[in-house]
Design a binder for this molecule. Structure first.
Ligand code: PHE
Length: 356
């Protein structure tokens, strides 16, 4: 019978095709060409419906054989081809561990942050807490509650960026004094430092920046006196600049402290002898400080008859410029890697192993 030959013919066709399969993709194509819904074997088996029983038996057997042969062969081939593809991929993706590595430039903490951290660690070791406050601050906290009512002439000491009449970019970290006292509600002792950014409408030049960093210090308790302030600042100065340094208090004016002082440090260049750096005085101004004004204490809910306190404010860039002998404040902000690299504490002499 004519149809009986068809499985045989198909078998021959399949055998020759199996020999030419080289990839899993070809294998899948062959699978659907013969075994798919409209595949050749599937179509062939549909002819059975017109056959008599005998023919069906014979034909069905041949079709099944055909299917089995094809499926078995495809499965064996699949295993071989999959193995081959994995090996090929491994070969392609092989990593040559002997190749030299790409050099990674490692960054480091910014010199300004290094000074902040150094001062933070010192004060934390003396039992202080580190506080923070917002850079967008109310006029109330930045000025009024610091004993600087609207129209007070001392407001001109700090040329301020106003966002609106009641809101400023803080011109100092001193508003954090107010925030801390209000938060503590007459709880004592208060011992905090607050590092942060401040803003002033200054024209940028070698020693001025419209945006810089300060660290505020505040201590409030019973019986806090000038000697506590002096001792504390002495510890800070010696820790930052060396044991042979002395500090000197010069009377000054800040509305929120009374008495107020500017604090000078032995010139580290000439060690007090007098040079061009200290303009022959032997001392360099480093910070402002004073005893917290009774009006400020009272305004924040602390009875000035019972409590006293001291406060100070340090310019971080100023300390960094003095400590590292940097003559232009803008060097801290332009972020030239050649400048910053000098402060990379992980480098020896400013050069890391990577760059060799
Ligand atoms: N806030 C002052 C300034 O920016 C510094 C200061 C702080 C002075 C605390 C006294 C007490 O100039």
């Amino acid at each position: 019978m004519e149809t009986n030959n068809e499985p045989k013919i198909l078998m021959e066709e399949i055998e020759s095709k199996l020999n030419s399969i080289n990839s899993l993709e070809e294998l899948n194509n062959i699978r659907s060409e013969y075994l798919g819904k409209k595949g050749k074997i599937t179509l062939l088996s549909s002819k059975m419906k017109d056959m008599n029983i005998e023919e069906k038996k014979e034909f069905g057997k041949n079709i099944n054989k055909l299917k089995n042969v094809l499926e078995n062969n495809l499965e064996k081939l699949r295993i071989v081809l999959e193995e081959k593809e994995i090996l090929q991929k491994q070969e392609e993706e092989r990593i040559d561990v002997t190749l030299p590595s790409t050099k990674i430039q490692r960054g480091s903490s910014h010199p300004i942050n290094q000074i902040i951290e150094e001062i933070e660690n010192l004060f934390i070791s003396m039992g202080y807490d580190v506080e923070e406050g917002p850079e967008v601050e109310s006029d109330l906290y930045n000025f009024e509650m610091l004993n600087l009512p609207k129209g007070h002439p001392a407001r001109d000491m700090q040329d301020t960026f106003y966002i609106n009449e009641e809101t400023v970019l803080r011109s100092q970290t001193s508003p954090v004094q107010v925030r801390t006292m209000l938060k503590n509600k007459e709880k004592t002792p208060i011992r905090i430092i607050c590092p942060g950014k401040v803003y002033r409408r200054d024209d940028d030049d070698a020693t001025h920046s419209h945006e810089f960093h300060q660290i505020e210090g505040l201590v409030v308790d019973e019986n806090i006196s000038m000697s506590h302030l002096k001792g504390t600042l002495e510890v800070m100065a010696k820790s930052l600049f060396g044991d042979n340094k002395e500090i000197r208090f010069r009377p000054s004016y800040f509305p929120f402290t009374e008495p107020s002082f500017e604090v000078d440090l032995t010139c580290f260049k000439c060690n007090g002898v007098g040079c061009n750096m200290c303009k022959g005085t032997g001392f360099i101004e480093v910070l402002g400080a004073g005893m917290v004004h009774p009006n400020v204490l009272r305004g924040c809910g602390y009875d000035p008859k019972k409590y006293t306190g001291f406060a100070f404010g340090v310019g971080v860039e100023r300390i960094a410029m003095l400590k590292y002998e940097v003559s232009d404040i803008r060097d801290f902000y332009t972020n030239d890697v050649r400048f910053l690299e000098q402060f990379n504490v992980t480098k020896k002499g400013g050069v890391t192993d990577e760059s060799k």
